[in-house]
Design a protein around this ligand. Structure first.
Ligand code: SAH
Length: 252
């Protein structure tokens, strides 16, 4: 018997002012079970205990989309979300589940999951199909995607967690956003010095830092930060630079 995920409705409510529906809770449970199965073949995550999974994958993923919880279905056009370096589907999959209150098939979200490891995106394709979550799973590099006319400037919301330094992550996601779109950089510890040095980079890429959320995870009180970057004008064509460069020589 697989472990059962905790519900922690009180913690959802007190931290994010939100609670999953029964259907969403069931999807979180199925996601958890399938990640555990996938983990036997692929190195998806080391976070496998139920409470840990709840806090460090589900809660953490949703903390970055807290501003959108509750109001997405009011939009006529689907919210186009891209998750770069998604690994086992985080934060994109829990975010899409949470932003689809009634029926995944009519989801107000258009989700694209991107990872350079083909085995992971193949796993995610099967996972999303079995959850009934329409998703596009792409095995490519963020640097290539950002220079592809089809994807550049295409997204409303770009999520990125645990893929590299903040400067690298910003260079990966900003080109993919529409003007008016928003990027969420998920960080752990974060300092005002880091904000200072990131500011000119965000500016160079066409963005503006609009919010910096300082979280404590609700069970173990780990430090988390979410940087919200609004795209103000098109990213110069020089970015993202060639494959490997944003990681090896982050913008300064
Ligand atoms: N976002 C997930 C996984 C983080 S591990 C989580 O938070 O749990 C980082 C993932 O990013 C790996 O799966 C790796 O294959 C992918 N990755 C690293 N650089 C990338 C790039 N330039 N383009 C696309 N994927 C990348």
């Amino acid at each position: 018997m697989p472990d059962t995920l905790p519900r922690h409705f009180d913690l959802w409510e007190s931290s994010l002012n939100w609670q999953p529906t029964e259907a969403q809770q069931a999807l979180f449970q199925r996601l958890y079970e399938q990640i555990l199965v996938g983990n036997q073949q692929l190195n998806l995550t080391r976070i496998t205990q139920p409470d840990d999974f709840w806090e460090k994958h589900l809660w953490d993923s949703l903390s970055g989309v807290a501003p959108w919880l509750g109001d997405v279905s009011e939009h006529d056009d689907p919210l186009r979300i891209v998750d770069i370096g998604t690994g086992g589907g985080f934060p994109g999959v829990p975010a899409a589940i949470a932003l689809s209150p009634d029926n995944l098939a009519k989801t107000p979200v258009e989700l694209t999951l991107v990872d350079s490891t083909r085995k992971k995106t193949q796993f995610l394709q099967t996972l999303c199909e079995s959850l009934g979550l329409p998703a596009i799973c792409l095995s490519t590099r963020a640097e290539k995607m950002g220079q592809d006319r089809f994807y550049r400037g295409h997204y409303d919301l770009a999520l990125i967690r645990a893929v590299g330094s903040a400067a690298t992550c910003a260079e990966y996601v900003m080109p993919l956003l529409k003007v008016g779109g928003q990027a969420v950089l998920y960080r752990g510890q974060w300092s005002t010095d880091e904000t200072e040095s990131l500011m000119p980079i965000i500016d160079l890429l066409g963005g503006e830092l609009t919010d910096l959320q300082d979280w404590k995870t609700p069970i173990t009180e780990g430090s988390r930060h979410c940087l919200f970057i609004h795209k103000e004008y098109p990213t110069p064509n020089d970015f993202p630079r060639a494959v490997g460069v944003p990681g090896k020589s982050p913008l300064t």
